[in-house]
Write a protein that binds this ligand. Sequence first.
Ligand code: SF4
Length: 450
Amino acid sequence: MNKALKNSGQDRTKWITAVVADADGRIFDLDGYAAVGMAGSDLRMLSPEDTVNLPFGAELMYLPNRMPVLFNLARKKIETLRENPYEPGSPIYPVAAFNSPGYVISRVSAYQEQSNASHLPLFSYGAVGWHKNRFRSAVFQIDSEPRQDLRLMKRADIIAGVERMRKIMPENRLRRHLERCALEYGCPAGKNFFLRRYEAPLPTSRACNARCLGCISLQQDSGIACSQNRIDFTPDPEEIAQVALAHIERVRNSVVSFGQGCEGDPLLAAHVIQPAIEMIRAGTGRGTINMNTNGSMPDVLKRLFSSGLDSVRVSMNSVRPDCYAAYFRPVSYEFADVIRSIDAALEMGKFVSINYLNLPGFTDSPEEVSALTNFLETHRVSQIQWRNLNYDPLLYWKAMNQASQNGPPVGMHQAVEQVRRRFPEIMHGYFNPPREKWTSGPQHVKPFKK
Ligand code: SF4
């Protein structure tokens, strides 16, 4: 344990108080203990400096069948606690934060599993502590756009929007599906369609050619619950175009996106997406038509670009093929196909972002950071979207360490800053930007002309 850690107990700027939960889920601060965050096997005390006030909309969770790892200020050492030191016999549990969109986790809540621990649900588990009467979260903001700020998404306005759309397109099955997304699943993209804000979702695909460990719409034999059910029909091109045009016509700098959490991969539904894009572009030159995809089928993607697709976001947890395969578990493609899709998009002058699923302890390993910078040397994408991975951290580190060598973390903030310094033209964010906000990418990115 480093000297700084040993002497830091006294210095109030060096630590924040630990928070834990009791068996009923009541969360409280634990006097005499400082909060610790983990990144792989690296444990570090959280300080006021490397935390922020818990962002609005973030949720706190306690982790069952696990024990908190905290710093005992009196004994000046890191300890794993099974029970409340002030109430012997009363079990206590670690607490984690599921942070709001736009915030990158720099440290995971520190804990150890008990022998009966099962898989954690599909959330991200940020480290959290208590300081000056506030919860403090180990995150930094990467995107400040209020696209999914719940304070601006009032339920009454969503319901009014749902009723309006019911009148405008009563038979449209995709509109009906989005109602469920917005009202039942609480999907912010679904809500934004009815609120006439920013980006509208166009889920279409029932199938996927990957089997991601953390797939939120389909989990088979993993014992993990899905966050939402996969769409159970394929909308017609007319239904897709009607929803897209309704959004583009009513929203400035609008984005409409294929590839949502409630579907498989949209490239496998190109037979309806291509004619839908042509209908949208026949109806308007405005708006940005985007696709979130695993990028597995470069030729299909090229066809969709030729039909009018404007931008693409390709998901990956790593730019190292073995780590990619260990998470995405591709069925009928390889990482090389994903690279071919990115290169094809860049060659066609399209705006390309990568949906970089990140977790401290792996994404900020020296090996992954250098692999990313080498990747960007030859595949100069327009934007990196830093998205916290929603998956059990211990299981993920185990899978990634089986797939590759990963040294001590350099820190997520340092990793992002390293990329910024090396590639100042690349945008960093969380959301798909409309073309009006593209400040990067091939200078010859040109909007689709009818
Ligand atoms: S690419 Fe998407 S839909 Fe396919 S398995 Fe992965 S998360 Fe699920």
